[in-house]
Design a protein around this ligand. Structure first.
Ligand code: SF4
Length: 336
């Protein structure tokens, strides 16, 4: 029993909190001997989530070992700077830019490509783009790799068996429905992924919170469907509308990041939400030359999010709600 370590990734969302409560129950019942909680800080979380994780760490799970991990891209950014200095000007001139335009773009990229200490922003500066639903490198780089390198690998060195607990549920998506409760990793001796709440529904998740007197992340009562990045690249229309009216400072921050990441982009443009999708939603041109972060960035997506079905007409009810924010907009019926 002592040769087994259980590692549980906590995001500040409802599922991983319920999972951690289940883990603590098993620990207290002596069904497991070693449990460790880990939080991967993406740098793109809402302050309420940071506060909630702090509450979980220091109040709810204060007797359980807890580690926060953060990705660091300073090495990759240094290599990218060297690559830009060596190759970009020639490539950009070959692509049709004048010498002066190419030099300007190289200078902007070299100027902005320095570590800020924010993992999400540094990842996008290094890649010269934001992640997208088609190129979803964010969770891999910001969560999976740092947890793996900083927590799972050392645990595999120390223990015979490591169980990595995942708080996924089958009813979330068809792909999750196909997952197994236990999954061994043939290339990584001793590592098993364990998904104990796979068969749970959302009611059972919140029942687990109630059973232990633990309040869910307050963002669920503010219209957020999922708790993770603020916003997430998968953010839909209604959720973006809620974010824009409740947390305009987050939209402003993303807009500032768009200007920074555009400077680091070889094409000179990058947007948080997929610009081609935004262009289609706004019924504007979709060619590369017509897309810019100032016209197709997060503010444009927010404008579209305020429209009614079809995307052309401003939803007057939604606009009126801007000045009348209800205290609770939970999508999970959490409001008392
Ligand atoms: S929450 Fe969304 S944006 Fe953040 S890492 Fe996960 S997929 Fe990417």
């Amino acid at each position: 029993m002592e040769d087994t370590q259980h590692i549980l990734s906590l995001s500040g969302g409802k599922d991983s909190t319920a999972l951690a409560l289940l883990g603590r129950e098993e620990l207290e019942a002596n069904e497991i001997a070693n449990l460790m909680l880990v939080f991967a800080d993406t740098g793109n979380e809402h302050q309420d989530t940071y506060d909630y994780v702090d509450y979980l760490q220091n109040k709810v799970f204060k007797s359980v070992p807890f580690k926060t991990v953060k990705a660091d891209f300073s090495v990759q950014m240094g290599k990218k700077r060297a690559f830009i200095q060596e190759h970009w000007k020639e490539d950009l001139v070959a692509a049709g830019l004048s010498e002066a335009e190419a030099e300007d773009r190289v200078a902007k990229a070299l100027n902005i490509l320095r570590p800020t200490g924010n993992p999400f922003l540094d990842l996008c500066l290094w890649k010269g783009r934001f992640p997208s639903t088609r190129r979803r490198f964010c969770s891999e780089e910001l969560k999976h790799k740092p947890i793996d390198k900083q927590v799972i690998e050392p645990a595999l060195e120390e223990y015979d068996d490591v169980f990595s607990w995942q708080g996924v549920r089958a009813d979330e998506s068809p792909s999750r429905a196909k997952l197994a409760e236990f999954e061994e990793h043939p290339t990584r001796w001793g590592l098993t992924t364990f998904r104990p709440i796979l068969s749970w529904n959302v009611d059972r998740v919140f029942d687990m919170h109630r059973k232990h007197g633990v309040k869910p992340n307050p963002l669920y009562k503010q219209g957020m469907k999922r708790v993770g990045c603020m916003p997430c690249i998968h953010c839909g229309k209604k959720e973006m509308r809620e974010i824009a009216r409740r947390f305009p400072e987050e939209v402003k921050r993303i807009s500032e990041w768009e200007a920074m990441v555009s400077d680091a982009a070889k094409r000179g443009v990058s947007t948080f939400m997929d610009a081609r999708v935004t262009a289609k939603l706004l019924n504007t041109g979709t060619s590369v030359d017509e897309i810019h972060h100032t016209t197709h960035g997060i503010h444009a997506y927010v404008d579209w999010a305020k429209t009614s079905h079809g995307g052309k007409q401003i939803d007057l009810i939604a606009v009126a709600e801007q000045d009348d924010i209800p205290l609770c907009s939970s999508l999970y019926g959490l409001c008392e």
